[in-house]
Design a protein around this ligand. Sequence first.
Ligand code: 3PG
Length: 305
Amino acid sequence: MKILVFTEKPFAPAAVKAIENAVNAAGADLALVERGTREDLLKAVADADGLIVRSDKIDGEVMDHAKNLRVIVRAGAGYDNIDLEAATAHRICVMNTPGQNSNAVAELVFGMVVMMIRNQYNGTSGFELKGKTLGIYAFGQVGRNVARIAKGFGMDITALDLFVKDEVMEAEGVKPLHTPEELFAENQFVSLHIPATPQTRGSIGYDLMMKMPQNGVLINTARKEVIDEAGLMKALEERQDLRYVSDIKPDAAQEFLDKFAARVFFTPKKMGAQTAEANFNAGVAAAEQSVAYLRDGWNKFQVNK
Ligand code: 3PG
């Protein structure tokens, strides 16, 4: 039994060791390809029974090359990089590892936002989070961790998630909201945690940004695809008080930076889950889930039909 770990963005070395131990303990072999090309992937996957990836794109062509492949585990939360229909057609189970990297992403929200409201540490006077309003868009694992940390900052917290009951949010001291319009209009800070789906792609743009209160800050540690970049740019042009921080560059990153250097910040590569702890947790969970599926058909976190 062979499990291939293919990652453009490598796991921390200690996580790789732990993944290898988990795979070997189940009597399977680990193959590791870091920063590989597509050709490397097509070659390495040819005899793999299981495949572990991060945001690496896995499409039908990859699956065509993988005659033995029965399970793909995305070591992380979002699985928009995997063609689920193709996986189903190939009788491959796709799973994610929910919750394993969510604290890391939530901590980065505050790392980026504090840097932005302290004017990227340029020595000038900024502002604070205490007593300010925060709107969390999607109250899943990352959103809940963001709420937990925001309480420590003394923020006033609301959230929008139509899949979560109001009582669940209220039990965590979070006021439920029910429309994106309310979320943007009522909160100086809005943190995005929605997945990239046909419904959410390009859904955050000019109209929502223009509803934000004075000195609004949009924080995106979700996916760049959920932003309507032209609309966001127009809003930043018309309102000098708005700011945008994102964990991954937008397509028009250079134009944003040229126009609004002091009001935007982008990580060069998605950094939210790039911690020793998140790598370890998500990597080991992915290894254990792969083995459990191959051995016993365990599929608790299956995301395709
Ligand atoms: C996720 O969906 O789990 C995060 O976006 C992390 O992605 P990464 O594994 O590419 O860092």
